[in-house]
Design a protein around this ligand. Structure first.
Ligand code: FAD
Ligand code: FES
Ligand code: FES
Length: 1342
């Protein structure tokens, strides 16, 4: 029973936590207030549908709906909330709905669940519950949203698999615009590229007519019991007391002030979006928390004669909604500040954060990159402060912030409200923000700018310029503000103000945050935009202004960002007429686990119900990049209640030096020395995750630091390499180079890329009898896991069972590094002889599991006078981190792919493996291929630029033809590249759009467009030949049901779905009769990692072989009873004692390669594809937008077009992250700076091309793989380089306008910083980059 206190005292017995979850009442008499809502749901209520992806509000995997009832105005508010940041006590008296609460496969699916599943919007499924709940909440508030509403609702959700398009398309069916799924000719799905449509080609991947209609009246109501309780109300302080934390919830200001006196150290929280992160990641401990969300003065918002008074705890979403209304109701000139705030809120975090975070929290935190503070300062807002001593108002001026995260608010004071004034008729107000990613990202630099003109003139009366990201606090540009007064807003103003702004906002080399010249340039760019924007308004108002001129080409400089809703067409070949219905091959079947994924029923490793006596592990990791371990002292940790053991190298019964490849150089635990930050030193075994993590922090480690090598350049300088000898050569490169007319030398870099699979590395180890061990682990490589666990434990492989049902994404990141982790967990389980579990936190995962290898390509090209490439020499350097892992194989693939699609007569390439003090870098989708391909494309682009040639013609000039031989001696057969190229150019209308781009560029100085077409060739096979094998085990049960086991792991790529389709064709039965349980080394041994895009090829063939054997076994019974059914034949075989179970095996034929001669056939076949991308960049800020991408991809005869198109889109968006967005940074001493989604930005919903068209090449059967299909996982990733080269094209146009001489060199990723600084102009020139070596940079790119 809800027992609200009637007395106004915090000394009463603690309250009972009462809330509703999925319609059921939860009553907790002993709640631990330090638990988050997510931890409570997953561990206490065993509702594991909501996932932990980051714990910091950055991925949305934990999204739930929280419904609040307001007794005052009798309204119910539904909010999407990050359960990972919401403290459990914050939901007191509310109703929580999780993904399990809206539908299930056992009852009925909610339309939100059904549509994302059937539209192929769930691949690995780990992000899906969060996306479902964001959409569900939107519909609860707005049953027929627009596409803009939907795209906005997903700002706080990330997906690493799908590329987002299918999710948006599935949900478009809820909108007013609607979508029939291609059922009628003029459907959005049918407005195909230039109306080109082949016979037998479909654009329909799902059929919305199958969807259950959405009926909002069927939604559950707010629990009446709760409503009644809340109506009864309480004006008393509520108190929840746990072992480590007291949670207090005052209902009045005076209670709050009393509590602040009584608990001087108490922390106030509103949204907990700052405090939650401090506690989880910054080791902050707050024993007393005061919840300030229930005090009327702080939660109300109203319009006053002077402006808007915003209660300090009003959520940013409420503020946004209220200001929008004021903007509608009041004259335009009065609401210019509000318009700037509303525009800024659009880029402030995602909905889940804005739904809870408040203005008071933003101001009080005082982050130097706060988005609100520069606006509030520029607007000269006043704060109402109150304390026991009294109340007063302060203005947010240049004196408000006193230091990093410090301000003038006294320790006893509380911000009650913020007063945001109206603007006057002659007052103009703008806000600016530039972040690495547009949506849900923190600013690099932001600004609020206000100017007041003397009436009827363009003379400045007053001006306030506030900046964030330029100092330890938000600051005012005081000298500029003083000097600008009395000046005319006219020609010459910007030139006069720029030096003053530079003086006001200095950034010494090495300043925190880095990117000094860029940040300084941004301040001038913003001011220039401000100038243009205000001038435009002044000109409208004062048409007679004579001392100003804005060239027409400057007009777009201050244009507000606008994106059309994403659209696109997907084309694929339909199955041939006459294909039996039972044959599932070629059909766009939904991922077989999709329905379980959308309902939260799909189980990932950490969702498995804890075993009896299970313990949890906490990690002790190195804080140094290279050091001797002087001592490791776990005494304090062991003294903590609930801690069972500390495990380190001394506990390894077998071999501590293990590793996925020879020479095995990966220690399970550090042994005397650490070689990278994040290296595992030991594990604490405890009763719970919280205790284990707390205890791990108490383990004392003493280091003696040693010199560390971090970057490729440092490794080259210090000759630090791993052994390798990868060299390929054809023709006579040196001789030809000597005889060439011109030599071009240069270098180009690609960056590291974090896998950012949504499910972090997770392991559960269950010791069995007599030394047997079961390892359930989120790995792509079950046999490697089995092998390494056995080695570490010193037992034979037959005592270890390694298994997994599914992964929440892998992308190569779970191929090897997690196997070493699993071995460490097994050692811990062995020591305590109890089951142990470990799911890495996001920051731990990112610190220790390695990334895609950064590459440096150095090249020398011999050219004829006309620019013809006659000889090319490339040296590729990769940053491998501390150990071998897969680095040699990654480089092999880079070396094999550095020709891309081009026939260069004299060509040599050599790989160098740089050994550094970073975590071991590892496999990542593309596996070195994209890096090698990128170097070649950069070279072509540079030559074209230097000789003024068209890049397109340049590429065509060197294309391989059918039958050509590559630089590694393999003949190109079934070479469909030219077909893809021509079709893509036609479908994308390339020629016309090239002209349009040039036209646009001639008319716009500060916004530029670019377009590029990029081909790719990708070889299919593991380059380590033994891995090109797979096994399958197929059972037919007596009822006719078929169970398949194979060596491949399902990680979202739809492998199991495709395998069932293959089996359906092979056995000639419908796919519904076939099932796959899990992947398990006890069922199919010696599995190759599910990698190299080969999962379907290898396992499909093995399954086919097994099925064919079984068909042979059944054949006599079919012959005896030709009209019988499958079940009858199976039964007959059983009755006649004929085996209904068999294995299948496949090994790819004719693969060989000899590195001595540099010749052979390393690949079974090649995949091809072509992409055309068009972008628009903002030359002043470096912002960009992908306007359109068209892809034509050869996938052979697709086994499942929906899955293949999903892989193409997902790989493309991941590649876009690699080449444009994802910027991995470490300090010069090897500490990772980009840990977690807050600082490491993978593409979000808002980043996908506004128009995204994908076509599968038709009539292109592949004779070398199962069902004439082709592999698909990795090949399309490189096509995203088309965006990079389109950006380069756009930058070139800006440089041409600015008269910048020489060819443009651009490293990958093409971040906002790089784009801006490459568009050299009068602003960037004022900030030349500091001389390397003269200062210590804040970060390096390894
Ligand atoms: C994923 C994510 C994205 C984010 N994106 C952005 C972004 O784009 N831009 C940006 O600027 N910020 C961003 N933030 C930071 C954060 O959301 C904001 O600073 C937010 O406004 C904080 O509000 P809150 O209610 O959650 O603060 P809380 O965490 O509840 O409190 C923060 C601090 O303010 C103090 N405080 C709160 N209210 C008062 C008051 N009335 N009087 C005195 N002190 C008070 C608290 O004691 C605490 O010290 C992001 C955070 C996350 C987790
Ligand atoms: S887990 Fe909550 S947002 Fe990532
Ligand atoms: S399906 Fe979205 S992360 Fe895998």
């Amino acid at each position: 029973m809800f027992t609200a206190e009637k007395a106004s005292s915090a000394d009463k017995p603690p309250n009972i936590l009462v809330f509703f979850c999925n319609g059921k009442k939860v009553v907790d008499h002993h709640v631990e207030p330090e638990l988050t809502l997510l931890a409570y749901l997953r561990t206490k209520l065993r509702l594991t549908g909501s996932k932990l992806g980051c714990g910091e509000g950055g991925c949305g995997a934990c999204t739930v709906m929280v419904s609040k009832y307001s007794p005052k105005d009798k309204t119910i508010n539904h909010l999407a909330v990050n359960a990972c940041l919401a403290p459990i006590c914050s939901v007191q008296g509310m109703a929580v709905t999780t993904v399990e609460g809206i539908g299930s496969t056992k009852t009925r699916l909610h339309p939100v669940q059904e549509r994302i599943a059937k539209a192929h919007g769930s691949q690995c499924g780990f992000c899906t519950p969060g996306i479902v709940m964001s959409m569900y909440t939107l519909l609860r508030n707005n049953p027929q949203p627009t596409m803009e509403d939907i795209e906005s609702a997903f700002e706080g959700n990330l997906c690493r698999c799908t590329g987002y398009r299918p999710i948006l398309q599935g949900y478009k069916t809820f909108t007013k615009e609607g979508c029939c799924g291609g059922n009628v000719t003029n459907c959005c799905m049918n407005t195909d590229q230039n109306g080109i449509r082949e016979e037998g080609v479909s654009t329909q991947l799902f059929d919305p007519s199958e969807f259950t209609p959405y009926d909002p009246t069927q939604e559950p109501i707010f629990p009446p019991e709760l409503m009644l309780m809340l109506d009864e109300g309480t004006l008393a302080v509520q108190k929840f007391e746990g072992n480590n934390l007291i949670w207090l919830r005052p209902a009045t200001v005076s209670q709050l002030l009393d509590l602040k006196v009584k608990y001087p150290q108490a922390k106030m929280v509103a949204g907990n979006t700052e405090v939650g992160v401090e506690v989880k990641f910054k080791n902050q401990v707050y024993p007393v928390i005061i919840d300030i969300n229930h005090i009327p003065e702080m939660t109300s918002i109203e319009t006053t004669p002077y402006g808007v008074r915003v209660g300090a705890s009003v959520s940013l979403s409420c503020l946004d909604g209220y200001l929008k209304k004021v903007i509608q109701d009041q004259p335009e000139h009065k609401t210019r500040i509000y318009a700037a705030i509303v525009e800024m809120l659009r880029w402030f975090a995602g909905h889940q954060i804005r739904n809870v975070a408040c203005l008071g929290g933003n101001i009080a935190t005082g982050s130097p990159i706060s988005d609100m503070n520069p606006l509030l300062m520029a607007a000269r807002c006043t704060l109402e402060l109150t304390s026991k001593q009294g109340s007063h108002a302060v203005t947010m001026d240049g004196n408000f912030f006193t230091g990093y995260r410090k301000n003038i608010i006294g320790p006893n004071e509380v911000i009650l409200a913020v007063n945001i004034p109206f603007t006057s008729e002659n007052e103009y107000f703008y806000g600016f923000k530039q972040a690495p990613r547009r949506e849900d990202d923190i600013a690099i630099v932001n600004a609020g700018m206000r100017v007041l003109m003397k009436p009827g003139t363009n003379v400045v009366e007053d001006c306030t310029l506030a900046f964030g990201g330029m100092a330890p606090t938000s600051v005012l540009a005081s000298k500029t503000m003083a000097s600008i007064k009395e000046r005319h807003w006219a020609d010459g103003l910007v030139e006069a103000m720029c030096p003053l702004l530079a003086e006001d906002l200095p950034l010494p080399p090495g300043a925190p945050g880095g990117m000094e010249p860029y940040r300084q340039s941004l301040t001038l760019s913003f001011f220039f935009k401000f100038y243009l924007g205000v001038l435009e308004e002044l000109k409208l108002k004062l048409p007679g202004l004579s001392d100003t001129s804005i060239p027409a080409s400057f007009k777009s400089a201050n244009q507000q960002y606008h994106k059309n809703s994403a659209r696109g067409v997907q084309m694929y070949q339909e199955v041939p007429a006459g294909q039996p219905d039972s044959d599932a091959v070629g059909r766009p079947l939904t991922h077989l686990a999709a329905l379980k994924q959308v309902t939260g029923e799909a189980l990932y490793v950490d969702d498995i119900t804890p075993a009896r006596d299970e313990l949890y592990l906490g990690m002790v990791c190195s804080k140094k990049a290279h050091a001797k371990l002087l001592s490791v002292n776990a005494t304090a940790a062991l003294a903590l209640e609930g801690v069972h053991a500390f495990v380190d190298v001394n506990d390894v019964p077998g071999c501590n030096m293990i590793g996925p490849t020879a020479p095995q150089d990966d220690p399970v635990f550090a042994d005397g020395e650490v070689v990278h930050v994040g290296q595992l030193i030991g594990l604490v075994v405890a009763d719970s995750q919280a205790i284990a993590q707390k205890a791990a922090k108490l383990v004392q480690v003493e280091y003696e630091e040693l010199p560390a090598i971090i970057t490729i350049e440092e490794a080259i300088e210090q000759d630090s390499y791993l052994p390798s000898n990868l060299f390929l050569k054809r023709g006579n490169v040196q001789e030809v180079l000597e005889s060439c007319d011109h030599i071009l030398e240069g270098e180009v870099r690609t960056g590291a890329q974090e896998h950012f699979y949504l499910e972090t590395t997770s392991t559960l180890v269950i010791p069995g009898e007599g030394g047997e061990v079961e390892v359930i682990s989120s790995t792509q490589a079950l046999t490697t896991t089995q092998d390494l666990v056995a080695k570490a434990l010193g037992i034979p492989n037959n005592r270890v069972v390694s298994k997994v049902k599914r992964l929440g994404g892998g992308f190569g990141g779970k191929e090897t590094r997690c196997c070493v982790h699993a071995a460490a967990c097994a050692v811990a389980a062995n020591k305590v002889n109890r089951p142990v579990r470990l799911m890495l936190d996001r920051d731990e995962d990112m610190s220790m599991t390695g990334t895609r290898h950064p590459f440096l390509g150095r090249y020398k090209v011999g050219l004829a006078k006309d620019g013809e490439m006659r000889a090319l020499q490339i040296d590729l350097y990769s940053n491998c981190g501390f150990s071998n892992d897969l680095s040699n194989a990654v480089m092999e693939r880079a070396v094999f792919h550095s020709d891309n699609c081009y026939n260069i007569p004299n060509f040599q390439v050599r790989g160098h493996l740089c050994k550094t003090n970073l975590p071991s870098n590892t496999a990542f989708r593309g596996f070195g291929g994209p890096q090698g391909l990128f170097v070649m494309e950069s070279i072509l682009s540079e030559i074209a630029g230097r000789y003024g040639m068209s890049e397109l013609k340049m590429r065509e000039r060197y294309f391989y033809c059918e039958g050509d031989i590559t630089h590694f001696g393999q003949e190109l057969k079934h070479w469909n590249l030219k077909r893809c190229w021509t079709e893509c150019l036609t479908k994308s209308d390339y020629d016309n759009r090239r002209r349009d781009v040039d036209q646009f560029n001639s008319e716009n100085r500060w916004r530029k467009r670019g377009i590029a077409v990029i081909p790719t060739k990708y070889g299919i096979a593991f380059t380590f030949k033994p891995l090109n094998q797979a096994g399958a085990l197929v059972h037919i049960y007596t009822d006719g049901a078929v169970l398949i086991s194979h060596s491949g792991v399902e990680m979202g790529q739809g492998l199991h779905t495709k395998m069932i389709q293959v089996a359906s064709r092979a056995l000639r039965i419908p796919q519904e009769k076939i099932h796959i349980l899990e992947t398990n080394t006890a069922m199919v041994p010696n599995t190759s990692p599910t990698a190299a895009s080969s999962g379907s090829d290898l396992n499909g063939m093995a399954i086919k072989a097994a099925c064919e054997t079984l068909l042979q076994n059944l054949e006599p019974f079919v012959r005896d009873n030709p009209k019988g059914t499958w079940e009858e034949w199976v039964k007959a075989a059983y009755m006649n004692r004929v085996s209904l179970s068999t294995t299948g095996f496949y090994s790819t034929p004719n693969l060989y390669f000899d590195w001595q001669t540099g010749n052979g056939k390393p690949f079974n076949y090649f995949c091809h594809g072509v992409a055309v991308s068009e972008v628009e960049i903002d030359c002043l800020t470096g912002d960009h937008q992908v306007l359109r991408t068209d892809i034509v991809m050869d996938v052979g005869d697709s086994i499942n077009p929906a899955i293949d198109i999903g892989q193409i889109e997902g790989a493309f968006i991941q590649g876009y992250g690699l080449f444009v967005l994802e910027d991995y940074r470490v300090t010069p001493t090897g500490q990772l700076l980009t840990k977690g989604p807050g600082f490491y930005k993978i593409p979000g919903f808002g980043d996908i091309p506004s128009e995204f068209n994908v076509s599968l090449l038709t009539r292109a059967p592949n004779p070398f793989a199962v069902c004439s299909s082709k592999a698909i996982g990795e090949p399309p990733l490189f096509l995203a380089a088309s965006v990079f080269f389109a950006i380069k094209d756009a930058i070139q146009s800006a440089r041409d306008d600015a008269g910048v001489p020489g060819t443009l060199k651009l490293d990958s990723p093409a971040t906002a910083e790089r784009i801006r600084m490459a568009c050299q102009d009068q602003f960037t020139k004022q900030f030349p980059p500091p001389e390397p070596g003269t200062y210590t940079p804040f970060f390096v790119r390894p």
